[in-house]
Design a protein around this ligand. Structure first.
Ligand code: SAM
Length: 340
């Protein structure tokens, strides 16, 4: 009984519905900003449940818009909710919500791509990396044009323990276009296995929680939406700098239908390219005939370790980028033509 009284104390008082808020503040979705709203509270509650218990937790919600997901986060018992919204039109509606939950909502009018989340929460909530995750969650239903660059940026922050990860292994619950959600969680050998699968899975446990059909959003986007949950691993599966892993993985997947050795070759300058590729594959003990999608995370770990050794032995190798070499060649050719 005491428990249910406590839970009910988190719940918001009666408020206008999200549909009414949209009408009241004339919050027409901006197609250019890919704004698609969730008005069904059963769905927003379901997204919030994927984050785990939010009772008394600190939460950062990215892109709250008219506030459907925001209400579910508050109803789940978050004690401190920081919302970061780029579009000014939503601020008055969010203020109304903050008045209904006194002392529990902080509103930031800003861009999540540049917002300093490391400064958004008190340092006492931080846990060491090997401890369990801190009582801080990041939750958001963002436009797809933002969620993909944002997760790439946050994976790097995770590797460097910066941004949301200065507080420890902060968990993320975010929406993506269904295909991107599938790529993030794709297993070895699957059609969706890609650069994003490796970069996410070497650093976190990634779970594709459920799919929301496009028709659940207002206005309806052309695609379905996947809800993905990320928990950073206490020990990343690859112990090399993020930039080195990113370069290796980008090169391997650039010829995704060819054998993996084809992409690996491009890590090395034209002179000695084949010998260096053979040396790398031999040191990593990886079969050159495997396709990129067939490589496991341990394969990538062995490749990253061997590539790091080769970089230490060959000055300038880490900075080598075959695209720069191509550009140089093109410039040389057009220069020669002009002189003729
Ligand atoms: N969370 C709301 C919902 O589920 O109904 C709104 C979702 S709508 C797809 C995305 C929201 O993110 C919009 O309110 C938009 O203004 C906001 N947004 C877009 N880009 C942003 C950015 N870079 N930083 C913060 N908010 C952003």
């Amino acid at each position: 009984m005491a428990m249910s009284t406590k839970l009910s104390s988190f719940r918001l008082p009666p408020l206008p519905t999200i549909g009414e808020i949209i009408k009241l503040y004339n919050l027409r979705a901006e197609k250019q900003l890919s704004q698609n709203f969730l008005l069904d509270m059963r769905l927003t509650d379901k997204i919030v449940r994927q984050a785990g218990s939010l009772r008394n937790a600190h939460v950062c919600e990215v892109g709250p818009g008219p506030g459907g997901l925001t209400r579910s986060i508050l109803n789940a018992g978050a004690a401190d909710l920081l919302v970061v919204e780029k579009d000014t039109r939503f601020i008055p509606g969010l203020k109304l919500l903050s008045e209904a939950a006194p002392g529990r909502v902080r509103i930031v009018h800003g861009d999540i791509l540049t917002y300093r989340m490391d400064q958004g929460f008190p340092s006492h909530i931080a846990k060491t990396w090997v401890d369990g995750p801190p009582d801080l969650h990041v939750i958001g239903n963002l436009p797809f044009s933002v969620s993909t660059p944002l997760i790439i940026k946050w994976l790097e922050s995770m590797a460097n323990r910066s941004g949301p990860f200065v507080f420890g292994r902060t968990r993320l619950t975010l929406t993506f276009q269904k295909e991107v959600a599938e790529r993030l969680t794709a297993s070895t050998g699957s059609r969706q296995r890609s650069r994003l699968s490796i970069m996410a899975q070497y650093l976190c446990t990634v779970k594709n929680c459920f799919t929301i059909p496009g028709r659940a959003f207002v206005p309806k986007p052309d695609v379905d939406v996947g809800v993905v949950h990320f928990t950073p691993l206490a020990r990343p599966q690859i112990q090399q700098p993020f930039k080195l892993v990113e370069k290796l993985v980008r090169n391997v997947f650039q010829f995704r239908r060819k054998r993996c050795c084809r992409g690996i070759e491009m890590l090395f300058p034209a002179t000695g390219r084949l010998e260096m590729t053979e040396e790398l594959l031999c040191r990593a003990d990886v079969d050159p005939t495997l396709r990129p999608a067939e490589l496991t995370i341990p394969h990538f770990r062995a490749l990253a370790d061997a590539y790091s050794q080769l970089c230490a032995e060959n000055q300038g190798l880490i900075a080598y980028d075959f695209r720069e070499e191509l550009k140089e060649k093109r410039r040389g050719r057009s220069g020669r033509k002009e002189r003729k």
